[in-house]
Design a protein around this ligand. Structure first.
Ligand code: GAR
Length: 194
């Protein structure tokens, strides 16, 4: 069985879209694959409830618990790797996971690590992508599924979706339009990798 580990930090709507697609398309039979666990760095991430309701094991590794370690990022990533590796994952899927990962973590999952980013990469890596696209006068915005490399929000592009930026858009209205497309392209890209 190919195990898929999904990492979230918040609402987890992309994770939910992947779980629903896996159920609807019967990934267990079609690809011999399953979502084996959902891990959050925040205990109150809403997505954890959805995962539990769908019979998926969940766990929380709170990055704040490592704040006083000599190397907090490395210590958090090491704990995260230990938890992930219990599942011997075929794929590690970042779905709104809002932590910058260390080069060691990225190297450990090379070829198995994917992310979705709410912009048309290579434009607008980093945060506040929707406001930055509006401020730049972009007529189109979108989302990108990409393989993860050591450089933040870079790495080979697997899928993209494009939406118009409308004259009255705020960051929130644009984010909502982009998110509906994320829910389509991310499950499809994961299925293609399987
Ligand atoms: C999504 O828009 C995703 O692209 C973005 O966070 C949101 C998470 O929503 N990811 C990043 O900004 C990563 N840098 P979700 O928790 O409902 O899937």
């Amino acid at each position: 069985m190919k195990n898929i580990v999904i990492l979230i930090s918040g609402s987890g709507s992309n994770m939910a879209a992947i779980v629903r697609t896996a159920e609807e398309q019967n990934w267990a039979q079609r690809y011999n694959a399953r979502i084996s666990t959902v891990i959050s760095n925040k205990a109150d991430a809403e997505g954890l409830t959805f995962a539990k309701q769908h019979g998926i094991a969940t766990s929380v590794i709170d990055h704040k618990a490592f704040a006083s370690a000599p190397q907090p990022r490395e210590a958090f990533d090491a704990a995260l790797m230990t938890e992930i590796d219990k599942h011997q994952p075929h794929l590690v899927v970042l779905a709104g996971f809002m932590r910058i990962l260390t080069p060691g973590f990225v190297a450990h999952y090379e070829g198995r690590l994917v992310n979705i980013h709410p912009s048309l990469l290579p434009a607008f890596a980093g945060l506040n992508t929707h406001q930055r696209a509006i401020d730049a006068g972009c007529k189109f915005a979108g989302a990108t599924v990409h393989r993860v490399t050591a450089e933040l929000d870079h790495g080979p592009i697997l899928a993209q979706a494009v939406v118009p930026v409308l004259p009255d858009d705020t960051a929130d209205t644009l984010a909502a339009r982009v998110l509906t497309q994320e829910h389509l392209i991310y499950p499809k890209a994961v299925a293609e990798l399987l």
